[in-house]
Design a protein around this ligand. Structure first.
Ligand SMILES: [Zn+2]
Length: 130
């Protein structure tokens, strides 16, 4: 059974068929229909097809979740799936990655340096804050 879930933001039956075929995975874990065939069917090149799929089809993987908020992994493309679906290292969703980066910037990263509490921002003075 495929671990990925399609969330479609279109009601066009032709596109729904296209997306289902694009993300169909066979019993060997490979994509069942080649992108070339699907692109041909729509008279598109590969990149136009990928763009079309990305535009109104959100593909999530319930077996890979954000290590912090358990949001499912979202695949941007087939290549993304191929590269990442069987990875086991911790993954953080874009939201949590942004938060982590912001936190990391605030704290000193160099080992050997003592952690000194930051003074309040220079521009924040009692008479301007309230
Ligand atoms: Zn998260």
């Amino acid at each position: 059974m495929s671990p990925i879930t399609l969330k479609l933001t279109t009601t066009d039956p032709a596109l729904i068929t296209l997306y289902s075929d694009y993300w169909r995975i066979d019993k060997y874990g490979k994509f069942a229909v080649s992108a070339e065939i699907l692109a041909d069917r729509k008279n598109l090149n590969y990149w136009e097809l990928a763009h079309l799929v990305a535009r109104s089809c959100i593909v999530t993987d319930d077996t890979r979740q954000c290590s912090q908020c358990q949001a499912p992994y979202v695949y941007a493309s087939r290549n993304d799936y191929k590269e990442n679906h069987n990875k086991t290292y911790p993954w953080f969703c874009p939201k949590c990655t942004t938060q982590t980066n912001n936190t990391a910037k605030k704290s000193p990263r160099r080992a050997g340096k003592e952690t000194i509490p930051s003074p309040p921002p220079a521009q924040c003075r009692p008479h301007t804050c309230h």
